[in-house]
Design a protein around this ligand. Structure first.
Ligand code: PLP
Length: 370
């Protein structure tokens, strides 16, 4: 039996890239904010309903998060609140910005750090809080206006880690950072973008992505090279051409999972996944059950699964000493959730195989309990 893989990313084919690559040949401009990067930023801005001065591309979302944090804090030291229920890149980006990640818990229903959770943490933490970084869990939308209000109320700036959130990201005064990694719903191979209604912040991020230069060759601030190349922009543009068809296909796979799993009361998909929003991973929650045991049973049935965020950031070696509040709901989600196979052209047979295996696991459990 052929194993069902966890993911099978599909980027634009060579013939879809060719017209863009030919433009690069004609322009002989290969990076440094060339015409294709500019076109990509314009198209992203159109999609987001903002002006292109509100969007900047970056080489990847991790770098974008670091540069956005450095820009909003003006490099003041302190801690940055992040949920422990996230991918390690969130914590790495905070460290690279010269801040200490302070781990807090998430809301059980949305799987996200909410403004209410952050406000409670602010009241309990003695250290200076330089920033907060909420995460859009696996691409689920974040209430950006609520974070704009949080900053207005507390004076603490926020950056949204919306790495997987291209489908439903919206522009606020708070910057949101989206990944264009090949495994994401919109891919450029590697890449990312930042969207924010404050053009001054977009300029600050752009400056920090380009050696500190903006309009001159004077390095005005500490910086790095995090520019997107024209080649990556070519792939991003071709991906945008295919986005409505690709995202519809992803939604159809999500919907097929949803329909097929409704009879299995052990399993819940993320709220709104495949109906209100779509991402490139499908994470299921098995309430009251140990997802590691389910992963082992799936593996016996030749089906891959993945604990995309492991046991939370606090259980990663590099971050085990970070300051934290209690993380009960992070622990719970780490215990009860698992990423199921999910890809754009997943066949009905593969979906049925995964769901049949999950049904068999549930039946075996019921028999044992009887
Ligand atoms: C929550 C989160 N933040 C940040 C990143 C990093 O994105 P990139 O690979 O573009 O640096 C990822 C990547 O998967 C992610 O899931």
């Amino acid at each position: 039996m052929i194993r069902v893989p966890i993911a099978r990313p599909r980027m634009p084919a060579a013939e879809a890239l060719l017209p863009y690559l030919q433009q690069i040949d004609a322009h002989r401009s290969y990076t440094n904010f060339g015409p294709l990067v500019s076109e990509l930023e314009h198209r992203l801005a159109d999609r987001l309903g903002v002006d292109s001065q509100h969007v900047v591309t970056v080489s990847n979302a991790t770098a974008g998060l670091t540069l956005a944090l450095q820009s909003i804090t003006a490099e003041r030291p302190g801690v940055c609140l992040i949920p422990s229920w996230t991918f390690v890149a969130t914590a790495h980006a905070v460290m690279a910005a010269g801040l200490t990640p302070f781990l807090v818990d998430v809301d059980e229903a949305s799987w996200a750090m909410t403004p209410a959770i952050a406000l409670e943490a602010v009241a309990r933490i003695d250290a200076p809080i330089a920033a907060v970084m909420p995460v859009a869990p696996f691409g689920a939308p974040i209430d950006i206006a609520a974070w704009d209000r949080f900053t207005a109320l507390t004076g603490i700036p926020a950056v949204i880690d919306a790495a997987a959130g291209h489908d439903r990201v919206t522009a606020g005064d708070t910057p949101s950072v989206v990944s264009l990694h090949a495994t994401k719903i919109l891919g450029a191979g590697e890449g990312g973008y930042v969207v924010c209604r404050r053009p001054d912040l977009i300029i600050a991020i752009k400056r920090r992505s380009n050696f500190g230069f903006y309009g001159s060759r004077n390095a005005e601030v500490s910086a790095c090279n995090a520019k997107m190349s024209e080649y990556h922009a070519a792939v991003g543009l071709a991906s945008m051409d295919a986005y409505s068809a690709d995202s519809a296909q992803f939604r159809a796979v999500a919907q097929a999972y949803r329909n097929r799993l409704t009879g299995n009361r052990d399993i819940a998909l993320q709220p709104g996944f495949g109906t209100d929003w779509i991402g490139s991973v499908c994470v299921a929650r098995f309430s009251g059950h140990d997802s590691k045991a389910i992963a082992a049973r799936l593996s016996e049935a030749e089906i891959d699964s993945r604990a995309w965020w492991g046991d939370g950031v606090h259980n990663q070696t590099a971050f085990s000493d970070l300051p934290r509040l209690t993380l009960f709901r992070t622990e719970l989600l780490a215990r009860e959730t698992i990423g199921l196979p999910f890809f754009v052209d997943m066949s009905e047979q593969d979906i049925a195989r995964v769901c049949d295996a999950l049904d068999a696991i549930a039946h075996a459990r019921l028999r044992r309990a009887a």
